[in-house]
Design a protein around this ligand. Structure first.
Ligand code: MSP
Length: 584
């Protein structure tokens, strides 16, 4: 019935595969050169390797919600930070289209699975576009190059004797697309229907019994290697407590992993090479996406050109096991370097309970972006979204943040400095901007110069180095408030001694220059969160396009701005954060 000879099919398959895609099997040669301690992390990136960051790929079984938007936005903020720092950076996102979950959703909708996925993928693409996600790739697991990469990976695992077939009995959750052992499930009585069922203890998702012959991956053989790797790279997962959980779970034992399902149950997926009766497990298929778009299988000499190893892989807390246990084990098995960093974020809740597609308790991200605009949503999610702790989605909080911070603090400061006819930013830049460092060392404004203007960029950068973008945006927000306080307390309007038109005297010029420098740096630093608004601010200040990078984020380095590139008019004209329209 399940007559397959696993190992003897390998050479035939290799030949068939080679003629199919015309590439030689290749194993990262540099991997072999690493010391035992660091052998899985590529420590020396060749200079042509871009910074590479990924989002998880999204299931297309239902429409996206703001939780998915958060994953994308968080990833994009980090990517844009690296671009700001002058690096070439690549962002990969996409859709996870195979598996039982999508197969059933398509059947329920009465649509052929590929058409169903086409529509789902378009919706996620549209979301990325609306949210200003600067993704360089959008992968679909139904893409041809991805199928090649998965088949190739399968073939290598098989060649290495890491795949075997065996009867598998256990509980499968279609929602989680995961097998659970008996010890990980419990009976549950569904209150609304009175239906008795079994659910996963960890996720609460319904599980169903399955008994079948399928292929297994020798995951247990990687236990020691994984533990050794975690020990050598204790900050590999952010936040720290997730790292501890992963170590504990691997220490407590690792079973081999079922990596295929019988074709008669799961038709919607990539067939096991050389065995048409089995379909590859959706998580093995999905995880490979990260290397597919980095060009796997690589031609010699091209191993890093597509960005691999990833510099950061952003994931939600619910998929840590797949990314921090299975994924590194697959990569070790394939002889491929591991990603350098995993950033696991917490979830958005709605009224305190989980936001999830399966329960229908979700917030539509398209509606939210239409209402508040992409920049405000990105800022809100980056400011309030959790890495450690869940955050509660709340429209009232968005409005508060808009009114109290964006409008009252940032917008107001920009308007007050730019619109007053008694002084001019351009004049201040020209008259005092070029003064040497000693000029700012003493007297009024020296503290603001030294403690804030001169330090903010490095502070924000160190938060990104620690993969804490939320701390970074808090630091910028504090800097905005500090600039407001400086301006307010310095009272330039009370110090004007007119020397001529637009010449308010040196004291005022100093205050205006320092405040303008703060605004210029705020504009530069906020680009990853609010690309449009930050650039509008920089346009208002007249900062040249090629002077909007991190390198220009020091006081006194740009002395050629001050002439607005957009109209700064009266009323709402040219206003950064106009009052929010009330919801009809
Ligand atoms: N398809 C898998 C990932 C495969 S990656 C090789 C998957 N897809 S998903 O559509 O269910 O979730 C995609 C991402 O959205 C995950 O990182 C998940 O944690 C995140 N979120 C889902 N619900 C969320 C919230 N309520 N809040 C924040 N993020 C959430 O898992």
């Amino acid at each position: 019935m399940h007559a397959r000879i696993v190992h003897s099919t390998a050479p035939t398959f290799r030949k068939a595969w080679s003629s199919l895609v015309g590439r030689r099997p290749w194993i990262c040669s540099s991997c072999q050169a690493y010391s035992r301690r660091n052998r899985y992390i590529a420590t020396q990136s060749p200079s042509e390797k871009p910074y590479y960051i990924t989002t998880p790929i999204f299931y297309v079984n239902a429409a996206p919600h703001v939780g998915h938007l958060y994953t994308m936005v968080l990833t994009d903020i980090i990517k844009r930070w690296h671009v700001l720092k002058g690096e070439k950076a690549l962002l990969l996102t996409g859709t996870d289209e195979h598996g039982m979950k999508v197969q059933r959703a398509a059947a329920k909708a009465g649509v052929e699975p590929k058409l169903f996925c086409d529509k789902g993928a378009d919706i996620f693409k549209e979301l990325a576009q609306k949210a200003e996600i600067s993704n360089d790739h959008f992968i679909r697991t139904t893409d041809g190059d991805h199928k090649d990469a998965v088949e190739y990976a399968w073939f290598l695992l098989q060649e290495k004797g890491l795949i075997y077939e065996e009867k598998h009995e256990g509980w499968y959750s279609v929602t989680d697309e995961a097998f659970y052992p008996q010890s990980a499930v419990k009976p549950y009585l569904d209150p609304p229907t009175g239906r008795k069922m079994m659910v996963s203890i960890e996720t609460g998702s319904e599980v169903e019994w399955s008994s079948e012959i399928n292929y297994h991956f020798r995951l247990s053989a990687f236990r020691e290697n994984l533990l050794e790797f975690y020990q050598a790279n204790p900050t590999w997962i952010v936040p720290e407590h997730r790292m501890k959980e992963v170590v504990q779970s691997v220490e407590s034992g690792l079973e081999d992993l079922s990596i295929s399902r019988p074709y008669d149950r799961l038709t919607w997926g990539i067939r096991v090479p050389g065995d048409d009766t089995q379909t590859i497990y959706v998580w093995l298929d999905a995880l490979v996406n990260y290397i597919t778009k980095a060009g796997y299988p690589w031609a010699p000499g091209r191993e890093h050109a597509g960005g691999w190893p990833a510099d950061c892989q952003v994931i939600g807390k619910d998929i840590v096991r797949f990314h921090c246990v299975y994924w590194p084990a697959f990569l070790m098995a394939l002889g491929i370097p591991l990603p350098k960093q995993i950033l696991s974020h917490a979830h958005w809740t709605l009224g305190g309970s989980k936001m999830s597609k399966s329960t229908g308790r979700v917030v539509d991200p398209f509606h939210a972006i239409d209402r508040f605009g992409p920049d405000v949503m990105r800022f809100y999610m980056g400011h309030e979204g959790g890495i450690q702790d869940d955050a509660s989605y709340d429209n009232i909080r968005i409005i508060q943040l808009y009114n109290k911070f964006l409008n009252n603090q940032l917008g107001n400061l920009a308007a007050r400095v730019q619109r007053n006819k008694k002084w001019s930013i351009k004049g201040a830049v020209q008259r005092v901007g070029g003064q040497p460092a000693e000029y700012w060392a003493e007297g009024p404004g020296s503290n603001f110069w030294h403690n804030s203007l001169a330090t903010i960029a490095a502070k924000v950068d160190s938060s990104f180095v620690a993969y804490d973008p939320r701390k970074a945006v808090y630091q910028i927000a504090d800097f905005v408030r500090g600039a407001n306080d400086f301006f307010q307390m310095s009272e330039p309007w009370a110090k004007i001694t007119p020397f001529g038109p637009g010449e308010p005297g040196e004291d005022v010029d100093k205050i205006i220059f320092e405040t303008a420098e703060a605004l210029r740096m705020i504009g530069i630093l906020l680009q990853p969160w609010m690309p449009n608004k930050a650039n509008l601010l920089l346009d208002q200040l007249g900062v040249q396009q090629d002077r909007r990078t991190f390198a220009w984020c020091q006081p006194g380095v740009d002395l050629e701005y001050g002439e607005p590139m957009v109209e700064i008019g009266a009323g709402h004209k040219g206003v950064l954060f106009p009052p929010l329209p009330s919801e009809g």
